[in-house]
Design a binder for this molecule. Structure first.
Ligand code: NAP
Length: 293
């Protein structure tokens, strides 16, 4: 009776002209798993060569394999986005193999559900360090390279809708994503005169197999996910790929400082009567401060 929002065209359908990113090298952090891998593959489908930067070689290999399955070119580079020297070395390696990087996707993130009162200083620093510091440090690296070459560039930051609302059990990640949303706007204005665009994408719920077990556990009935969304469905990873490639493409050349929300309206949901509040300490098992980081 209520169909919800329709499904998108199938994976592999071209949204942009196939050569939109021909000759372009994209640097994507965390591009070996989940949503990063889907975005890497979509850039490759549109002709880009892709550098996948992350810590775990097995993750990077999976990203490379997915890009190659589209007929695209990819390399993996070890990188912890909290380390400016590692970022510089990773950009050097990607540029030596694939050519100058002009598109950066700041996708790497860490998150784990925890009551704020149980969040250790290490846990706070790990999440904010990866999400906020990592985004800034990688963006600065792209900016330096593009301005030295007098080349245009494009940056896409991946947020989450808790950036707008906050979220119990997510104080660290929500605060870091909100800060990245704010950074997106400052950099967009500062760097537009130099030809560099900076936008953001805020995904809603896009379930995938790589999700951490403790994040999966927040959805006790995954089969009911769709019913809990106003769209009556969750996101398909390739929908995010289309949004990412559009925002970084020349078709969005006048678009900067923007955050595109791809969540089927879920973060706007407010019912007249909301479900009863379950305190965070009743939702999450207590954990020792040092148990995660
Ligand atoms: P994911 O599979 O856990 O991916 C996170 C990626 O970040 C991994 O590939 C990981 O690679 C990389 N990473 C973590 N720490 C790093 C570090 N210090 N240096 C470099 N790379 C690092 O998560 P996902 O679900 O695909 O999420 C991708 C993005 O979408 C994230 O920004 C996330 O916040 C956002 N998002 C996802 C959803 C969703 O429903 N899935 C919803 C909202 C927002 P290594 O382990 O190899 O380093």
């Amino acid at each position: 009776m209520y169909p919800g929002l329709p499904d998108p065209p199938p994976l592999g359908t071209a949204m942009l002209p196939p050569a939109t990113f021909a000759g372009v090298t994209v640097f994507i952090t965390g591009g070996g798993t989940g949503l990063g891998r889907a975005m890497a593959a979509e850039f490759a489908r549109c002709g880009a060569a892709v550098g996948i930067a992350s810590r775990d070689a097995a993750h990077r290999e999976r990203g490379i394999a997915e890009v190659r399955s589209t007929g695209g070119e990819a390399i993996g580079v070890p990188c912890d986005v909290r380390d400016p020297e590692a970022i510089r070395t990773a950009f050097d390696a990607v540029e030596e193999a694939l050519g100058p990087v002009t598109v950066l996707v700041n996708n790497a993130a860490a998150n784990f559900p925890v009551a704020a009162a149980d969040l250790s200083p290490n846990g706070w620093r790990a999440v904010t360090g990866i999400v906020l510091d990592g985004t800034f440090l990688c963006s600065r690296e792209l900016h330096r390279r593009c301005t030295e070459r007098q080349s245009p560039g494009t940056i896409l930051n991946i947020l989450a809708t808790q950036a707008f609302t906050g979220g119990p059990g997510m104080a660290h990640a929500a605060a870091a994503k909100a800060a990245v949303g704010n950074l997106t706007k400052s950099l967009a204005v500062e760097w537009a005169p130099e030809g560099i665009r900076v936008n953001a994408l805020a995904p809603g719920l896009f379930p995938h197999d790589d999700m951490r077990e403790d994040l999966k556990a927040l959805r006790p009935e995954p089969d009911a996910d769709a019913r809990r969304q106003p769209a009556f469905r969750t996101g398909h990873r390739h929908e995010l790929g289309w949004a990412a490639t559009y925002l970084c493409s020349p078709f969005a050349a006048f678009l900067t400082g923007h955050t595109l929300v791809v969540d089927g309206g879920n973060h706007l949901r407010r019912d007249f009567v909301m479900p009863p509040v379950t305190p965070i300490r009743e939702q999450l098992p207590p954990r020792g401060w040092e148990s995660v980081f």
